[in-house]
Design a protein around this ligand. Structure first.
Ligand code: 5AD
Ligand code: SF4
Length: 540
């Protein structure tokens, strides 16, 4: 056992957040203490993301600061985990000699061993001679070779499963919300994206492991689970083909994009397979304590009616889709290798809205993809106006090393143009979001309470300081409910099943407002803005 202190910082996506949670749990289980500040740590770990340049730059600047402290004589072990480690490989160690260890996203189960190797080498005063193999765990091309893939995946599977027995009680919303991975990696090879290169081949976890993990999390008090995969609707597990020596099912490599051609739009199970729809229904049935089951990210192609039916027919599966369109121009979609047209995307969205009228739709858009013209951009604007997106994450294209784009296309849209298109899209999205939110005014919704609203706390601090009404306004100019004088009443915020943000005041009759965090409350919506809804608690 060790008493070393570890600082772990995460960059990028939800998949990384989950990986960091697993790494923390694993290290804590071995006696390491996780600390809040890098200044208090013996070991500093950065779980990095290389999907976009911005997240990467942030990580580089953090690595630079710790490297400087090491050069100034501080005794810190510095580790780079995640996609930047996998992509740059040992080259990163050569360019940044202060980095002690590298661990790719597919090798995180080996992290404690790497730390241990370095510690032991240091104890025997061989720190600088520590063999590369002892401080580097990367998948490299190995992840695409089937023979070694299954063994590695099996170890990773254990890492996922181990977490379920001890979820972090200090995690989001009083430990009530958790991520569960269903698929690792990606086989789609969009031309701009590093994920297939850093996270490797698409691998599906056995459904029974997923259900067990959900059950374990529920037994620890989790009521909201978000299933994670790069393209969740392509989840598919064929039983009876991959059995480990112990006879248990193990993770399984998924088919490529071409395997998904369903003219009848029905992705349901055939014979001995578990489809994504089966998996959703299976979790819903097996774990009734999970009050909200959602999933990200969906691929706009191959989203079968069977999945929509399961969402519509199961009350605890959230009517929410995160389904990135990326562009509204067919020419750009083709260059992106997305494998669908705008018309196919719209056909899916229309089908989803017809089957589930209250469905919330979010997405991602890239502006300034190589060769994007004003006309292509206008097509994207038209797509945003056509689809009732509750929000879109809008990204300026950035060239990523190792991608097809970097090899084949010039990053030829000037930064100024990217910025202008980005701002224009944000303005359009704001109008669309306002419209989507307005439709909820006058209705009652169930809200999973997340926190005491920071905005309202600030407003009440301002008014307590005697300043002119520090009240937040909606776009229509209505005031959000202001913090009342009664200090027992606080403004809380949370989310609907469709992931819309809601503000409301706690009741003065109830116990402390904080007690509501992590519970589901019925709220009547009185007002809306492009960003959120506001209302009041319904008393039953
Ligand atoms: N440049 C800009 N945005 C990107 N994304 C992925 N790769 C890039 C890139 N090279 C965006 C996509 C994806 C989201 C996670 O990040 O929109 O859906
Ligand atoms: Fe990247 Fe495309 Fe896979 Fe999404 S589907 S992770 S954008 S390659």
């Amino acid at each position: 056992m060790t008493s070393k202190k570890v600082y772990l910082e995460t960059f990028g996506c939800q998949m990384n957040e989950l990986d960091s949670e697993l790494v923390s749990g694993q290290l804590q289980g071995l006696g390491y203490e996780i600390v809040e500040r890098d200044t208090a740590a013996d070991i500093v770990l950065y779980n990095t993301c290389s999907v976009r340049e911005q997240a990467e730059n942030k990580a580089w600047s953090r690595i630079g600061l710790i490297s400087q402290r090491k050069r100034d004589g501080e005794d810190i072990m510095l580790g780079v985990l995640g996609c930047m480690a996998e992509r740059d490989g040992t080259d990163l160690l050569r360019r940044h000699p202060e980095v002690d260890l590298l661990c790719g996203p597919g090798e995180l189960d080996r992290l404690p061993m790497l730390i241990d190797n370095l510690d032991r080498a240091k104890a025997s005063e061989h720190a600088r001679q520590t063999a590369m193999d002892d401080r580097v765990a990367l998948s490299g091309n190995r992840s695409r070779r089937w023979s070694v893939l299954s063994a590695a995946e099996n170890n990773l599977e254990l890492l996922d499963l181990a977490r379920a027995f001890d979820p972090d009680p200090t995690a989001k919303f009083a430990g009530r919300s958790a991520y569960v991975r269903i698929t690792r990696g990606c086989n789609k090879f969009c031309t701009y994206c590093v994920v297939p290169h850093t996270r490797g081949a698409e691998v599906h976890r056995p459904p029974n492991d997923i259900i067990d993990e959900c059950r374990q999390l529920a037994s620890k008090g989790v009521i909201e689970i978000t299933l994670l995969g790069q393209t969740v609707n392509h989840y598919r597990y064929t039983h009876g083909t991959t059995l480990s020596v112990s006879g248990l099912e193990i993770p399984q490599v998924g088919p490529g994009l071409k395997a998904f051609q369903f003219p009848d739009k029905n992705t349901s199970s055939v014979g001995n397979t578990t489809s994504f729809a089966d998996l959703l229904a299976g979790i819903h049935e097996a774990v009734p304590e999970i009050k909200r089951l959602r999933f990200v990210t969906s691929y706009p192609r191959d989203f079968g009616d069977d999945i929509l039916d399961v969402i519509a027919e199961h009350p605890r599966i959230c009517p929410y889709l995160h389904v990135p369109a990326q562009s509204g121009s067919n020419r750009i979609l083709k260059l992106m290798n997305r494998g669908y047209t705008v018309e196919q995307d719209l056909e899916f969205i229309d089908r989803a809205v017809a089957r589930i009228p209250d469905i919330s739709i979010a997405g991602d858009i890239i502006v300034g993809f190589p060769t994007e013209t004003e006309e292509d951009f206008e097509d994207t604007v038209a797509l945003l106006r056509r689809v009732p997106f509750k929000n879109n994450f809008i990204f300026k294209y950035s060239e990523r090393p190792g991608t097809v784009c970097k090899d084949r296309f010039e990053d030829d849209v000037p930064l100024e143009v990217k910025k202008r298109r980005n701002n224009l899209l944000l303005a359009v999205q704001s109008e669309v979001s306002a419209e989507v939110h307005r439709k909820w005014v006058g209705r009652e919704v169930d809200v999973l309470v997340e926190q005491v609203s920071k905005r309202q706390q600030k407003a009440s601090e301002r008014s307590m300081a005697g300043l002119a009404n520090g009240v937040a306004l909606t776009t229509e100019g209505h005031a959000l409910p202001s913090a009342p004088d009664d200090s027992r009443v606080k403004q809380l915020s949370g989310r609907t099943a469709g992931d819309l943000i809601v503000f409301f005041d706690s009741s003065d009759q109830s116990s402390p407002a904080e007690d509501l965090i992590g519970t589901i409350q019925r709220v009547r919506i009185d007002d809306s803005s492009p960003l959120n809804l506001s209302g009041r608690l319904c008393h039953t």
